[in-house]
Write a protein that binds this ligand. Structure first.
Ligand SMILES: [Zn+2]
Length: 52
């Protein structure tokens, strides 16, 4: 038994880069619907939401 080999090599997830909507720092967004915030702002927002 032999499986057909996939001619297409595994491609990485589509990456889009752009400025963070909060601090304008260049950030990387992965896939569709990703947060336009940079990791720093994402964490800051998470901590803010976690606070009562
Ligand atoms: Zn930011």
């Amino acid at each position: 038994m032999s499986r057909p080999t996939d001619p297409a090599p595994p491609r990485p997830t589509p990456v889009s880069t752009g400025p963070c909507v909060r601090c304008r720092r260049a950030t990387t967004r992965y896939g569709a619907g990703a947060s336009p915030l940079c990791p720093v702002c994402q964490q800051a927002r998470a901590e803010r939401l976690a606070r009562p």
